[in-house]
Design a protein around this ligand. Structure first.
Ligand code: ATP
Ligand code: MG
Ligand code: MG
Ligand code: MG
Length: 417
């Protein structure tokens, strides 16, 4: 049994037909106009009830896929001691680190990522090879002092990220897990409805290892350029292009240049952080060695923004079903007891089908309600007017369809099957 419909008038947010002046990206313009987010300052957004519902759905998919590869959820702090960042050498090197200090003098970092916290936290639990491997993750607010926050949700100074960390006794074990994580990432983007425009991309491993993999979503709003091979279903990014193409199995590839945004990144970190914090365990031969670590990030708010970039038209958002804030947008046009009673009958049917419904039974005109429905972008729209009551049928239209169709009330269940 589904939940009761939510009345649009109870949400407090309103749509706006005027494009916000300070926003130049499609994702922010549409999400602000439709009442999903509100800009607090450059690079910092409030997630309003509609936006929070979408973010929750995206994050539920991510929880599901992370737990499917053995991830256990935890929650780390956002405020980090300076000494941890000094220990890894990143206090001065991490270019977008937000630094702050307390009344008592010492400085702190606002977490842009969490190696500096998770590794010392797990230290006392990693004693023997029997304690490994394990995988733990969180979804949490991150802070980065980006020089230019831009493109709406795509580059914020405060944003949410899922970060998973894996701890292994051997490099082989990390390598095997990394492949599983890569597949889980493919599943996440597929389930969020942007699988066809999101590709695993070979990227630099930085100081940690030779390669990492980014997940890059094709969009004109993207800041990255990747070179996609259809044959390999894999891309290479700008920084490693020449190096990858020099390899034998890539020279002959036909490559397509794409503008993209990085929605995820998985990394083999090796033993660097374990060394920095003195994390060691006894292997089966009794040697004391460092565990090898992997880290796996997805920007969940950037992902929301990227989906909005990909899934919209000139009239508004077009949410993939899996992450839409509601399944059905019911617009009651007109007033009166008979109409209200008919709407209740329709809502009861939708509830029995376990569908989440947004009900617009306010005083607006047909035209303005249809504009709102298009802007908000819920996958299916049902219009109930006096014509519907007479015909004992409702007018149904998918957001992606051009024309509506009349569906008899007793055929409505079949429509959603
Ligand atoms: P970019 O190259 O776009 O700056 P990054 O490589 O610095 O991203 P990572 O350190 O790999 O980012 O962080 C993991 C994920 O966090 C990224 O793949 C992205 O989805 C997200 N992310 C990073 N920076 C931001 C930001 N400023 N705003 C929103 N999401 C971000
Ligand atoms: Mg960055
Ligand atoms: Mg990057
Ligand atoms: Mg990255």
């Amino acid at each position: 049994m589904g939940k009761p419909a939510i009345r649009y008038s109870d949400l407090f947010t309103k749509t706006s037909m005027a494009a916000p002046q300070e926003e130049n990206s499609a994702n922010a313009r549409l999400l602000v106009r439709a009442g999903y987010v509100s800009r607090v300052m450059a690079g910092v957004y409030a997630y309003l009830p509609l936006g929070k519902r979408v973010l929750d759905k995206i994050e539920a998919i991510i929880h599901d896929e992370m737990q499917a590869i053995g991830g256990h959820e935890l929650l780390l702090p956002g405020l980090h001691p300076q000494e941890n960042w000094k220990a890894t050498g990143r206090w001065d090197k991490f270019d977008v680190l937000f630094k702050t200090h307390g009344e008592d003098g010492p400085e702190y970092a606002l977490g842009p990522t969490h190696e500096e916290v998770i590794v010392p936290v797990v230290k006392s639990f990693v004693q023997s090879y029997r304690d490994l491997p394990f995988y733990t993750y969180q979804i949490q607010t991150k802070f980065r002092n980006e020089l230019r926050p831009k493109s709406g949700l795509l580059r914020g100074r405060e944003f949410r990220m899922k970060d998973l960390y894996s701890f292994h006794a051997t490099q082989d074990d990390l390598d095997a897990y990394y492949e599983k994580a890569l597949q889980a990432y493919i599943n996440v983007f597929e389930r969020c409805g942007i699988g066809s425009v999101t590709v695993p991309t070979i990227a630099s491993g930085g100081t940690f290892s030779e390669w990492s993999h980014e997940f890059q979503t094709e969009t004109a709003a993207g800041e990255d350029t990747v070179y996609y091979s259809a044959a390999k279903q894999m891309a290479v990014n700008d920084e490693v292009k020449d190096k990858v193409l020099a390899q034998e199995d890539w020279a002959n590839e036909t490559l397509e240049t794409r503008k993209t945004i990085e929605v995820g990144n998985i990394f083999k970190l090796g033993t660097k952080f374990a060394e920095d914090f003195g994390v060691k365990f006894q292997d089966s031969d009794g040697n004391s060695i460092h565990p090898v670590i992997g880290c796996y990030g997805i920007g969940t708010t950037r992902l929301l923004g990227a989906i909005a970039e990909v899934c919209h038209d000139e009239n508004g958002l077009i949410w993939p079903e899996s992450i839409a804030p509601f399944d059905v947008h019911v617009a009651q046009v007109g007033k009166g007891d008979e109409l209200a009673a008919f709407t209740e009958t329709v809502l009861a049917q939708l509830k029995a089908l376990d569908l989440d419904v947004l009900l617009d039974d306010g005083p607006g005109s047909f035209g303005s309600k249809m504009k709102d429905a298009d802007l908000i972008g819920i996958p299916v729209r049902i219009v109930i007017g006096s014509r519907a009551v007479k015909a004992n049928a409702v007018e149904v239209k998918r957001r992606t369809d051009k024309d509506a169709e009349m569906i008899a009330l007793d055929a409505l269940a079949d429509y959603f099957r």
